[in-house]
Design a protein around this ligand. Structure first.
Ligand SMILES: Nc1ncnc2c1ncn2[C@@H]1O[C@H](COP(=O)(O)OP(=O)(O)OP(=O)(O)O)[C@@H](O)[C@H]1O
Length: 351
């Protein structure tokens, strides 16, 4: 019986990535019963699973096995032991430098994770330039409170979100000093009724100063995703970002090189305006991985400006596809990189 399972695992490892299949196996994700091999996937990655199934079907059939899968996102270990009720994993999206597209990546990645099947929230922690109200098409929304103590997040495009931008006048927040900004983040994080979430994507303020450091220490972070553009000046700042997370024991799941190549919306001509390949080099230098190279394309800007990020606006476009692929890579890599965490604290309703 076990020999059969071992053979099936070897078949899957040859096609689905050895590290991943071995991690799944060692954490008890496979069960073989009556010729049905059930994989309880601890993340949503339907494209990866469909490809695995297609590639292994014949060999598994020869062993008398059919493969099935169910998905339930696992809670992974975070940097501090102070979890937020109902939230399984917190992914912070950070950049050393401003204006590299951190918010654009945060919102599209969050929507892509949701499109794959996960329950996702967005916390816009970019105190000095909150963009989520605009990018989610919710500029006039204000979170409601039923008890005067906690807020209900804003719902948009299948995710929930909260932002300093919903709560405070833009001009007030920009003059906050570090401790005030960090306190505001802690409050908005813990006083929002997020519900049950597989991932909370946190759009961090740009930079690697004390504010970002304090924030990273206050929030139970599973991992960080670093956004950079390919040119040297941005890469130097991204390096500071990677080093900052190392200081606070937050693993970096990988890098995203944004504005990688300019694609003309008229003729499709490609030009490396901000240079090329820097994200891959940086990732290599830090033993990390460049998980996506996203083009500089007018459509990305137009869609977020209109409050309908590309992943919701045109799901089938190649621009959207790039994010859908990134979402699966992030979900898978988080699981492989991070040890399993303690069971999420369930939300208990108090009447
Ligand atoms: N790949 C892209 N192609 C075209 N435009 C983009 C792309 N990524 C981001 N932009 C645009 O660049 C501008 C800056 O992006 P964004 O606000 O996401 O950056 P940020 O790093 O979050 O900035 P900040 O430092 O202000 O927080 C926005 O107008 C956005 O629409």
């Amino acid at each position: 019986m076990n020999g059969k399972l071992d053979k099936a695992i070897a078949v899957l490892a040859a096609s689905g990535g050895n590290d991943l299949i071995q991690t799944l196996q060692s954490r008890g994700a496979f069960k073989l019963h009556d010729g049905v091999l059930t994989l309880r996937l601890p993340f949503y990655a339907p494209a990866w699973f469909n490809s695995l199934q297609a590639k292994t079907q014949v060999k598994l059939a020869a062993l008398g096995i059919t493969l099935h899968c169910t998905s339930q996102v696992a809670t992974l270990q975070s940097n501090i032991a102070n979890p937020i009720a109902g939230i399984k994993n917190v992914l912070v999206v950070a950049s050393g430098k401003g204006g590299v597209g951190k918010s654009t990546v945060s919102v599209n990645l969050a929507l892509a994770l949701a499109a794959k099947g996960a329950k996702v929230g967005i916390l816009d922690a970019d105190i000095y330039g909150p963009s989520m109200p605009l990018m989610l098409g919710q500029s006039d929304a204000r979170p409601e409170s039923h008890d005067g103590k906690t807020m209900l997040p804003i719902k948009a495009h299948g995710v929930v979100a909260n932002s300093i931008g919903f709560l405070v006048d833009k001009n007030d927040a920009t003059v906050w000093r570090g401790p005030m900004a960090s306190k505001a983040l802690a409050q908005i994080l813990r006083e929002t009724q997020w519900g049950e979430l597989d991932y909370l994507v946190v759009d961090m303020p740009p930079g690697t100063g004390d504010i970002q450091l304090t924030m990273a220490q206050q929030v139970p972070v599973t991992s960080a995703l670093i956004v950079t553009t390919p040119q040297n000046v941005a890469l130097a700042d991204a390096t500071k970002g990677i080093n900052m997370f190392a200081k606070v024991n937050v693993p970096v799941v990988g890098l995203v090189e944004n504005m990688s190549m300019h694609v003309c919306s008229q003729c499709g001509h490609e030009e490396a305006i901000f240079d090329q390949g820097g994200g891959v080099k940086l990732a290599d230098a830090h033993n990390s991985e460049c998980l996506a190279q996203l083009p500089l394309h007018r459509q990305y800007r137009e869609d977020t400006d209109a409050g309908t990020p590309t992943v919701t606006k045109s799901v089938d476009s190649p621009l959207s596809q790039a994010y859908l692929e990134l979402a699966e890579k992030v979900a898978i890599k988080l699981y492989v990189d991070c040890p399993l965490g303690v069971q999420t604290i369930p939300i208990v309703s108090v009447n």
